[in-house]
Design a protein. Structure first.
Lengths: 542, 114
């Protein structure tokens, strides 16, 4: 008997030990597999970064003494013979939307306006031209600057060429000797080329509107070296994508929206069409990205992925949300002045007016078919209400439209009272508003550059300008919960009307009918229960 | 007695003013200073003391007053690469000072060594 007991204890002990090892196994086995969309995307980007096949420091063309930027570009083009021709066809060079009407062409070089620095005055504003990919601020009157997008070394070109010229021309032998150091810097930078990095693209796109985070909200310098929390795709501890990983490029044409022209007219995955640009979420994640039994897959035809996966923007740096030009021009003791406010950002500048900034901004949601409609300097406006300078196109009946998140930048800016057109003042340069503080003169000069009439009567009108929020994609754990939209009264989609959304909307007749059914059912149960109780009682009495 | 004291004070003041004049008064060649400064670190990097050929301190690392104090004291320990710094002439030092001072944090155009 004693032996038997010991034996039983031994067996139990071994079983417990086995259980300790075995117990976690079922939980591993039951671990939820990755969502199909995530698995597909991992396959689509499996190869990592593109390897380079050339060491540019070995090329004779890049070993010559360069005295100016265009000379470097000529050296690039001597091998990449079609590059300049290709680039000059693209929006990055033309600053024009090829699909807009010929008599009212859109683009910074056309009649487009915004509510930041308002207009590039047909590329006559040299301040705006700093972001044009040429070697100077003369717009298209120069050679393309290949290194703006492909240069891997940060360098002040203007300064280093000036240094080189100075040392070469100096009669002091000591200074003369330094010319080779300046030239060495030039050559090192000219030979350091590669695929465009986030720093290359960001040097303009993160600083649009005249400063860091002024324009987009989902694009600012925090994306130069972001972590996964900020953007799952670009995070160094995530996929570490450069911009061109999704903005795929063919013959220098970078995939993306061009004013009214959508980034893509299809939402195909790379499985359906392997040469499709990766610009849409569906390109890698498919249009059924969630688990097969997930209700979320039923949303993808009407709700863009970004609506849930970009729950907020301006997560690290603030974004400008308001720019009131009507307040510009004030002076203190006869001098222009600046006032800084929250986030150490300017809230007033004499040359710019009043601005407001916000952080962790919740987007506004609109139906969007991929096209943005803009008001140009030629269009007639209705100044009695805010002018939608750039606004998403689409509604619920549009089969290509989905609910999409946006950053809406608002402000006040000048317009021509008599002609009922938006004004396009010249801002920079010795005759620009920033130097003269004279609206009449700067608007007249801007109008002259665009060959447009100006009555001389100026008013200020409120405007709105939208940017689709598509970067700063949050980790899936931080995506929106159902009850952030399917709720009342604080649904994120409260402004979207004309359709029934469970949880957010109510139809009184249906509500009343539902309650009647519930009450009738309850009444029926009560009556049935009472009937049984009384019937049983009688039986017992019998 | 008072006359002697005033004379001594005047001489002392003159000596101090003359000593600091080299950095606070006489302007060097900022352009030349920039390349001399960068060359210190290229040489130092080749020698193996530092891992990068980029200067340890950028012009915008200090204010103009701070740069003046550093060069008045001639205390360059913070810059590392003492071997290269010890070989610099007074003119070189003045050029470097002018470069750093001109692009200091509180200057009109603060700069980094790109």
């Amino acid at each position: 008997m004693r032996l038997k007991l010991t034996h039983t204890r031994y067996v139990l002990f071994v079983l417990w030990i086995c259980l300790l090892f075995v117990a976690p196994t079922p939980s591993f086995a039951k671990q939820k597999p990755e969502a199909p969309g995530l698995e597909l995307a991992r396959q689509a980007v499996k190869t990592g970064k593109k390897p380079t096949t050339a060491d540019h420091s070995q090329f004779k063309a890049l070993q010559q003494a360069f005295t100016s930027g265009p000379e470097i570009s000529k050296a690039c083009i001597s091998c990449h013979t079609k590059a300049a021709e290709q680039l000059k066809e693209t929006l990055h060079w033309t600053w024009l939307d090829p699909n807009s009407p010929k008599d009212n062409v859109k683009g910074k070089a056309g009649y487009s306006l915004n509510n930041f620095c308002i207009s590039a005055n047909g590329m006559h504003d040299h301040h705006c031209n700093e972001c044009h990919i040429g070697w100077n601020t003369e717009g298209k009157k120069t050679e393309i600057d290949c290194l703006r997008c492909h240069g891997q070394k940060k360098i002040n070109w203007e300064e280093v060429f000036e240094d080189y010229r100075y040392f070469t021309e100096s009669e002091d032998p000591e200074e003369n000797a330094l010319a080779k150091d300046a030239q060495a810097e030039i050559q090192e930078a000219a030979q350091s080329v590669g695929y465009p990095t986030r720093t290359n693209c960001g040097s303009c796109h993160f600083f649009g509107g005249g400063g860091d985070g002024v324009k987009h909200g989902d694009l600012d310098s925090s994306l130069i070296n972001p972590n996964r929390e900020l953007d799952v795709h670009m995070g160094y501890d995530g996929q570490d994508f450069d911009c061109v990983r999704c903005h795929t490029t063919v013959a220098h044409k970078v995939a993306g929206r061009i004013y009214g022209t959508p980034a893509s007219d299809t939402r195909q995955s790379l499985l359906e069409h392997d040469l499709e640009a990766k610009i849409m979420c569906e390109s890698c994640h498919s249009d059924n990205p969630h688990h097969s039994n997930s209700k979320m897959n039923d949303h993808t035809d009407k709700v863009a992925c970004q609506s849930c996966h970009v729950p907020e923007f301006a997560k690290v740096l603030p974004v400008q949300v308001w720019w009131d030009w009507s307040q510009a021009g004030k002076k203190k003791d006869g001098k222009p002045y600046d006032v800084k406010g929250p986030f150490d950002k300017p809230v007033y500048q004499s040359g710019r007016g009043e601005t407001k900034w916000e952080k962790n901004v919740i987007p506004k949601y609109f139906w969007f078919n991929g096209s943005i409609q803009g008001v140009t300097a030629k269009d007639i406006i209705d100044p009695s209400k805010p002018v939608k300078l750039a606004w998403p196109v689409g509604d619920r009946s549009d089969k290509n439209a989905r609910i999409f998140p946006f950053h809406v930048h608002q402000g006040k800016q000048p317009y021509d009272i008599e002609n009922k057109t938006m004004a396009a003042p010249l801002l920079s340069g010795e005759h620009g508003y920033w130097a003269t503080f004279d609206w009449q003169d700067s608007i007249q000069r801007g109008a002259d550059y665009l060959n447009l009439p100006f009555s001389g009567k100026i008013g200020f009108v409120e405007t709105g300008y939208v940017f689709p929020s598509t970067h700063m994609v949050a980790p899936k754990e931080e995506a929106l919960e159902c009850n952030q939209c399917h709720t009342r009264p604080e649904s994120r989609l409260a402004n979207l009307t004309g359709f029934y959304m469970p949880g957010r909307d109510r139809v009184n007749v249906v509500d009343i009918a539902g309650w009647v059914i519930v009450l009738c059912s309850f009444g029926g149960i009560v009556l049935h229960a009472l009937g049984r109780i009384f019937a049983n009682g009688r039986k017992r009495e019998e | 007695m008072l006359k002697r004291l005033v004379t001594i004070l005047t001489v002392v003041l003159f000596v101090f003013t003359a000593a600091s004049f080299g950095f606070a008064g006489e302007k060097g060649n900022a352009r030349k200073g920039k390349y001399t400064y960068k060359n210190i670190y290229k040489a130092c990097n080749e020698r193996g003391e530092i891992d990068s050929p980029r200067p340890v301190l950028n012009p915008d690392s200090k204010t103009q007053a701070q740069w003046t104090r550093v060069f008045e004291k001639k205390d360059f320990a913070e810059f590392k690469c003492s071997e290269e710094w010890s070989k610099l002439s007074d003119n070189d030092l003045n050029d470097i000072y002018t470069y750093l001072y001109s692009y200091a944090a509180d200057s009109p155009s603060p700069a980094k060594c790109k």
